[in-house]
Design a protein around this ligand. Sequence first.
Ligand SMILES: [Zn+2]
Ligand SMILES: [Zn+2]
Length: 605
Amino acid sequence: MASCVSPSPKSPTAFSKGSTVRSRSHATKHGAIDPSNTSKQSSTSSLENSTLAYPHEIARNRIVFGHWWWIEHEPEPFHNGEGFLKELGKNQDDDDGWNKLTGSLGDLLRGGSNHILALNYPSRTGDRKWLVLHVLIPSIRGKKRDLNDREKRSLFNQATIAAIKVHGISPTVLQKRNEGVVDNSLVNQKKVVLIGLGALGSQVAELLVKAGISNFTLCDYDYLETGNVLRHVGGVHEFGATKTAVVEHRILEINPYVEVTRIDESAVKSLEFLRDLMASSDLVISTTADENVEMTINRIAILDQKTVLYGRSLRRGSIGRVFLVRPGKDPCMQCIAHYMEGKLAGEEYPTDLFLVWEEPGEVLFHECGNPVIAGSGMDLSFTATLTARVALDFLQGGIGKSNHWLWSRKTESDINERIKPYSTIVSTIPRREGCPTCEEPEIDAVLLSAEAEETIHEEVSKSVGVETGGILIGYVTETGQAVVLRATPPGTNATKSASIFRRDVVFVQSELDKAGDEWGDQGQYIGEWHCHLELEPKPSATDITSLVGISEAPNYHSRCPVMIIAGTEKETGEITGLFAWAFPPGGRVYPITLNSESKASGDSN
Ligand SMILES: [Zn+2]
Ligand SMILES: [Zn+2]
């Protein structure tokens, strides 16, 4: 089981749990260090700017693991175990260092044992450094017996400690080799959400952290199996750990200053959950290769105007495909799906959007219900690099109009003659007209007349403690603004309670007919208004269902009804604000701008 958890630099605790760090071997190929030679090793008296060489005794041909701790001060010079514990326990209320040490090393702390330990501390220049130490616990003379905790500690106090090396890990040094290639000041501000951390997602994460991205949210509910390792950034020693933990560990090994948030759950466990997950992102990268998950991500992303990159590997990895969806700019995944269905039905189709079908019988077996298809890790890396490269270019603002990339290792003449070995076809696919997911609502703002606003205020003031409402009558301008000339009262047969409002259907129909006679084309049904007994109202599930129903009902003649909700103070009935939403076809809800005629004229005075 994986047990290595690297701390984040912003970790609130001063010390990490004991973590492992790779360091040079403390043993020669043929045996342990001769304790008599330890006096020749350098001491820790010069911690800063130390150029200590590795002691001759420490072989350089092996990687050994040791434990390290995150501390919040620069350690004072020390030469023995007692001094080490003092530094480890400094500024800690609950522990003088011993618990941290034994918690990580436990039974390994035996007489005569060697250890590589390290402290990660802030240096005077503002960077962090790793002080790597060689620790030798003295042998116990006389007869062997089990030591109690106090005896163990006093033995450790006498341990000989020598500094092996101080490793600087400043952010500048870490990014040095990207200088002039990546705009670090730009990309290190960006937040990337990765949904799916399998072979593709984990490699994309690794490439992006190397490019300087320093804020990741990792989302995957799965665990690393030994069978994943052939294509994953995780190793066999990490089996059983969550994929988010494995990828976080890998990320922090490359850059310990990176901020990582781990979500060990399905991204689509609920729409609200997915919404929160993507809310603060500059880019979402989905590598789940699950059509249903992608469609759900797509729906929320379009609604909340979030850019998503969909990376997928096809035909056992020999084809990689990437779609970039910037809402309002590129075709969404629903557009793509419609294009593909259209192509199968023989309809016109964008020339660059090749239909790639999988050969049947490629599924090896099912794991947790997901099909496992054999694919070369080497080929997958091409797709990972393509996905990461597109992500980086997008984050640096240099992607232009392209939104579709298809890489292939082989000729695939059954798909398209243009696909040649090692070719990447880059194209700009147009959006599909009439897409039920990404077509903008016909209405993006509503203008409330002074008369309509007055009616709303009047009706609300008459109904303290219960909801009230009515319908909106007016017209839609060519620029997509709904002009509400009149808001009707609810009618005498309306149902009004603290949480339910149902208008008087006969009454509002007569109001609509009257307006039609009075204003002609400008007296049409625009939508609904009602109040909520809350300060910042949002459409309830019932509100959404009823307005979506109206957008789809032919008898309303409204393809995009508007809903205005008045937020009210429960006790006084005072209106705290008016908010508007549009309901274009396809079951969507868009918040839209509400302009008020009375406010506009008030402002100009
Ligand atoms: Zn679309
Ligand atoms: Zn409501």
